[in-house]
Design a protein around this ligand. Structure first.
Ligand code: MN
Length: 253
């Protein structure tokens, strides 16, 4: 089995090395990942300058581009054969609710899916991964077991990527796996006004506090309660319920 591993935190990120560690016994790993952090780059493509893969060892490349660039380059140029799965992550931080719209980690899996390859995105739902390194190391066995079961799914769900969030717990304390839907995230104070060195007004996006809302079966609730959350996502943004109720509004247009 050929597995393509990528991420959005950069090729030297701890999360990626833990993902590779968990996946190594399951297949032949190729790593194609950004040369620096590309978090929150979403599904962006580099169009205005060329991208250059640099070898970092056997089947290991860093690319001066986005996670989406990496998947496209890996599948269409660097790998002699197409991968059976794209594995993205493990992201340093959660990707739940609306996070999936900004996430480079999830976008890499979306790119895999749009190239017709079953894809999974993994995120560690802890605050700062650097502070929780030992915890992620402790989760390798749980992760490998999950990967083994997911990669053996036959058939793998069609037109679906799996967005997986791992709770910040020791492997033995993880209660199990839940199938979930996206919750809703409420950020507050995420825009900090400040002044540049010349006294002009600037703003810094980020920080603040995050609150969550969501039903019993939401991703954040699963993680909060100590479960690995698996949310099936698809790329079709069509609002199907709205289409179905079109008799009530379409005739008025
Ligand atoms: Mn990231």
């Amino acid at each position: 089995m050929r597995l393509l591993c990528t991420n959005d935190d950069g090729i030297d990120a701890i999360g990626l090395s833990r993902l590779v560690e968990a996946a190594t016994p399951l297949g032949e790993i190729t790593v194609v990942a950004p040369d620096r952090e590309q978090s929150a780059t979403s599904h962006s493509l580099t169009l205005h300058h060329p991208i250059r893969p640099i070898s970092r060892g056997e089947r290991r490349f860093q690319v001066d581009g986005t996670p989406t660039d990496c998947v496209m380059l890996a599948v269409e140029a660097l790998m002699p054969e197409r991968p059976d799965f794209v594995l993205s992550g493990i992201n340093h931080g959660q990707n739940m609710g609306e996070d999936v719209l900004y996430s480079g980690t999830v976008a890499a899996a979306m790119e895999g899916l749009s190239l017709g390859i079953p894809s999974l995105a993994f995120s560690f739902a802890g605050g700062d991964l650097r502070a929780d390194v030992s915890m992620l190391g402790d989760q390798i066995d749980v992760l490998r077991d999950l990967l083994k079961r997911v990669l053996a799914l036959a058939p793998f769900p069609v037109d679906t990527l799996l967005n997986i969030n791992i709770p910040p717990l020791r492997g033995a304390d993880i209660k199990g796996v839940r199938l979930t839907r996206l919750g809703r995230r409420v950020y507050s104070d995420s825009l900090t006004p400040m002044q540049d060195p010349w006294g002009r007004q600037i703003y810094w996006i980020g920080g603040g506090s995050i609150a969550w809302t969501g039903e019993e079966n939401s991703d954040f609730r699963a993680v909060q309660e100590g479960y690995i959350s698996i949310t099936p996502l698809h790329l079709d943004l069509t609002h199907h319920a709205m289409l179905e109720s079109s008799e009530s509004w379409w005739p008025q247009l």
